[in-house]
Design a protein around this ligand. Structure first.
Ligand SMILES: NC(=O)c1ccc[n+]([C@@H]2O[C@H](COP(=O)([O-])OP(=O)(O)OC[C@H]3O[C@@H](n4cnc5c(N)ncnc54)[C@H](OP(=O)(O)O)[C@@H]3O)[C@@H](O)[C@H]2O)c1
Length: 256
């Protein structure tokens, strides 16, 4: 059994902990968080601590902490020459203190503590300096049920940037759509099949081929009507104009 210690107790750490519980290859030996209160409820399932000096010996240490904390926390760990990885899309592998064997387990998904996650839908991007560490990380990721991919720091950085476009920005557009529909008490739920179909379509069509709508068709009257409806919502209007321009640039239509 591979022994793992998780550091951090946010969205990713919680989902990793649950997923490790189902693994027959790896087990969480200890869970560290700087505030013990957050993980107290798990004290009957694994050993918990908020004291770095009490961290045990293990095969793998996963820093599932804020990006900005990786460097500092890895330097503070009171041991050396053990395998320490982070879970970030944008932090360089070399930001982990060089006294450790270093690696990355980047789960390319969106995690929220209170939303279930099936790890068969979580591709894990793996990076390691030493090839034996890479193989251990791959074994662990596979034991969680995840597909895996060897990805270097430059590739991971652009995947993370693309993920911000396809996930965070898309979700913000849902939010703006929600506000717009609410302004006339129209039912946002009616848009949910459209949201799901938009995502489903790119399983078999490229995003370029899947595009539809007034910006792509350059339906000027409809575009003008939409802008008029957004006159009292300057922020929504700015986003509408920006994305319309972007679609027209991609599809070679006339500019707004
Ligand atoms: N959420 C996602 O969808 C997602 C997806 C893929 C990768 N990631 C990556 O996974 C990592 C964790 O993300 P998350 O969403 O789980 O974050 P999160 O929910 O905000 O949790 C952050 C954790 O980091 C701890 N922390 C913050 N600063 C610290 C410090 N200076 N020293 C020690 N611990 C510190 C926090 O401790 P407290 O509990 O005490 O505040 C908390 O447990 C990040 O690198 C992120 O880029 C996130």
């Amino acid at each position: 059994m591979i022994s793992v210690i998780i550091l951090g107790a946010g969205n990713v750490a919680n989902h990793l902990f649950k997923a490790f519980k189902k693994s027959d290859q790896a087990t969480v030996k200890q869970w560290y968080n700087r505030s013990l209160n957050t993980i107290k409820q798990f004290s009957n399932q694994t050993e918990i601590t908020d004291n770095l000096a009490q961290i045990k010996d293990a095969d793998l240490y996963i820093l599932a902490v804020s990006d900005d904390a990786v460097k500092e926390l890895s330097a503070k760990l009171p041991f050396a020459n053990r395998l320490v990885v982070h879970t970030s899309g944008s932090v360089n592998i070399h930001d982990i203190d060089k006294k450790h064997r270093r690696g990355v387990l980047y789960p390319l998904q969106t995690f929220s503590k209170n939303s279930d996650m099936d790890f068969t839908n979580v591709p894990i991007c793996i990076e390691a300096i030493e090839s034996e560490d890479y193989h251990l990380l791959k074994k662990i990721a596979v034991s969680l049920g995840s597909p895996t991919k060897k990805v270097n720091s430059d590739q991971r950085q652009v995947l993370h940037l693309a993920a911000v476009f396809v996930n965070n920005f898309t979700n913000q557009l849902y939010r703006l759509g929600h506000e717009i529909s609410e302004s006339e008490a129209a039912d946002f739920d009616l848009l949910k099949p459209l949201i799901l179909e938009t995502a489903k379509k790119i399983e078999h069509l490229s995003p370029y081929m899947a595009q539809t709508g007034p910006a792509k068709r350059n339906d000027k009257t409809t575009l003008k009507k939409h802008l008029k409806l957004l006159e009292d919502k300057p922020h929504h209007k700015t986003v509408y104009e920006l994305l319309t321009k972007s679609i027209q640039l991609t599809h070679g239509g006339k500019k707004l």
